[in-house]
Design a protein around this ligand. Structure first.
Ligand code: PBG
Length: 324
């Protein structure tokens, strides 16, 4: 009878030996936790499609941030829900905007926590697109000015890092130029470098109230079948001054994460988006999968593919397990 010489099972016999040969490890250090800040007082409104995630007013956001810091998670990502939307997303770059106020409140209480802001117009525009509209199309260069103003007002409010998610051409360069000329040359940019037009953003649009009122985002976000184009997008952002490059979504784009990690020497972030979170939550609720195991398995997959940083709604839950 044939007897194998090398038996991989020897190194799988028990948990301790598996721990010894484990190639990839997760840590709370890897995570960024997204938060949705809204006007008002005492607001904590659960997002129905994202159980455990809330639209919260500033004092509740600060409490949540204390919990995040206590769990050893180094950073949060802020999304704002404005009081009024208009054609040009004015509240996005108002120094009195909701995100600007939230940054100050968080940094005041928790100076060490890294506060990153999502820089985009879609939550703030009445039409829900990520840029200004003329003749029913999103205007690239006119949008750049507003994005740069938004990033600057976040930096002025005390943001530690800005993260443009709009996918306009040239926005990293425009933001870098403005930040540098206004005295914020030390503020890093994490660019949503390869961001695909994805159905997996569905639950987020409920959370951020940012569904486009006409058309879709396919004229600016990337087309799913393309991978070489993702490398061109990343190269552009690197040239324009990005400090961290992100691939988004994560699970259906692990090949992109892998390629970006192989080809570029910057830290790579993966955005484990709302739909990826909600699918696991929904299936677990139905008893169809083990939610905790599916969460850890998908997070480790992103890390194994090459992500140095993972933006995830699972950050707190996963950190609790990892801290045990
Ligand atoms: C804003 C933005 C979106 C997400 C992050 N920033 C939505 C979109 O592009 O439609 C998605 C995040 C998620 O689904 O978790 N441009």
């Amino acid at each position: 009878m044939f007897q194998p010489m090398y038996r991989p099972r020897r190194l799988r016999a028990n948990e301790n030996i598996r721990r010894m040969v484990r190639e990839t490890k997760l840590s709370p250090d890897d995570f960024i936790y997204p938060l949705f800040v809204t006007h008002g007082k005492g607001v904590k409104k659960e997002i129905s499609s994202m159980p455990g995630n809330f639209q919260q007013s500033i004092e509740n956001i600060v409490k949540d941030c204390e919990e995040v810091q206590g769990l050893g998670i180094p950073a949060v990502l802020l999304f704002g829900i404005p009081e009024h939307k208009d054609e040009v997303g004015s509240e996005a770059y108002s120094d009195e905007g909701i995100v600007q106020h939230a940054i100050k409140a968080i940094k005041n209480k928790l100076p060490e926590l890294i506060v990153i802001t999502d820089v985009c117009l879609c939550e703030y525009t009445s039409h829900g697109h990520c840029g200004v509209i003329k003749n029913n199309t999103v205007q690239n260069d006119a949008t750049l000015e507003l994005l740069a103003k938004e990033a600057l007002s976040h930096a002025r409010a005390g943001a530690d890092m800005v993260a443009p998610s709009d996918m306009m051409d040239g926005r990293v360069g425009a933001i870098r130029h403005t930040l540098d000329s206004e005295g914020f040359s030390d503020t890093p940019i994490m660019s949503y470098a390869a961001k695909y037009a994805s159905s997996f953003y569905g639950p987020f649009r409920e959370a951020a109230e940012s569904t486009p009122q006409f058309g879709d985002r396919r004229s600016y976000q990337m087309d799913a079948p393309n991978s070489r184009e993702a490398l061109r997008e990343v190269a552009l952002d690197v040239d324009e001054g990005a400090d961290i490059v992100m691939v988004k979504p994560a699970l259906a784009y692990l090949d992109i994460i892998y390629q970006v990690k192989q080809q570029f020497n910057l830290p790579v972030a993966a955005y484990n988006v709302s739909g990826e979170f909600s699918m696991i939550k929904a299936a677990a609720k139905l008893g169809w999968i083990d939610g905790e195991r599916a969460m850890m398995e998908s997070l480790i997959a992103m890390k194994r593919a090459g992500a140095d940083i993972i933006l995830t709604y699972f950050a707190k839950e996963a950190a609790v397990l990892l801290n045990k």
